[in-house]
Write a protein of this length. Sequence first.
Length: 87
Amino acid sequence: MPDRFSNNAASLSGPASHAFTITPSDTADLAEAVRALYVGSGGAVSVRTVSGASVTFLTVAGGAILPVRADRVFQTGTTAADIVGLI
């Protein structure tokens, strides 16, 4: 399948080129740091950013995209579901 954008450099403001389902865990890092998270079913999302800061985003709406670079989504503090990592 042709890709008209294959010669363009990837950027954090551009669309994701890969996605994967995330199972929140207090002990396991994501397979790869993400550029954003898609939240399918709303709630709280607790993450560790690539800088090492831990933060919980409260009342995230279902269908929202959180533009946060994260390497872990914590089970503790996360009530949202159907989370997808975007790279």
